[in-house]
Design a protein around this ligand. Structure first.
Ligand SMILES: [Zn+2]
Length: 205
């Protein structure tokens, strides 16, 4: 089975996973209100290929209750990740409750890992799950979250000053404040400019 790790840098993917729900912004959103949305999101990121995506969508259609349960588990992991990454971004200790949730998902994920012989030598990790298992996406996500939190990159997690999105600060001085300079950076500059020009007449009186 393909591995999420094979496709995109895991630290970016796992932050985007956490960003799929933002409640504090001016425009709150939750991208994962139905199981198929998660599948489409992973397909969009090229984590799943067409064949994998359609087998998951078919399985979800055939077993709506199981798909709903799988979605609740994915969102449970996602909300814990958001809490943990936000704490890391604010240089606060990680919350015990969020850690307990991540540890539970991790334990499940590690139980689905197995070693297989690699060509021409050595071994590689595989997932011990059928391709249409509605739950499998959650496991690599849990591992990616744990890896980010235990890596040097954890100190580079930031929370956008403008929209609360989490991002990885890869700038040399490590002082980036916005998820995207063109969007939130410019919005912030425009806001400050507006406030300066608005205050002027009063200051001149
Ligand atoms: Zn932003």
């Amino acid at each position: 089975m393909a591995d999420i790790y094979d496709f995109i840098p895991r630290e970016l993917m796992i932050l985007d996973f956490a960003n799929s729900k933002i409640t504090r912004a001016a425009a709150p959103h939750d991208l994962f209100t139905e199981y198929p949305y998660v599948v489409h999101w992973l397909r969009h990121l090229d984590v799943l290929n067409d064949e994998q995506a359609s087998s998951l969508l078919k399985a979800a259609e055939e077993h709506p209750d199981r798909a709903q349960a799988a979605l609740e588990q994915i969102n449970d992991l996602r909300d814990a990740c958001f809490g943990l990454f936000t704490a890391a971004a604010r240089k606060q200790p990680l919350g015990a409750e969020h850690l307990a949730v991540l540890n539970r998902h991790l334990q499940e994920a590690l139980g689905q890992r197995r070693l297989a012989a690699a060509e021409p030598e050595g071994a590689r990790w595989e997932w011990d799950l059928p391709a249409a298992s509605l739950d499998w996406m959650r496991y690599p996500l849990a591992l990616a979250a744990a890896e980010l939190l235990t890596s040097d990159q954890a100190g580079r997690i930031r929370e956008c000053d403008g929209c609360y999105w989490l991002f990885l600060d890869t700038s040399r001085n490590g002082k980036r404040r916005w998820c995207n300079m063109k969007i939130c950076g410019n919005r912030e500059k425009a806001r400050r400019h507006y406030e300066r020009t608005r205050k002027k007449p009063a200051a001149e009186q």
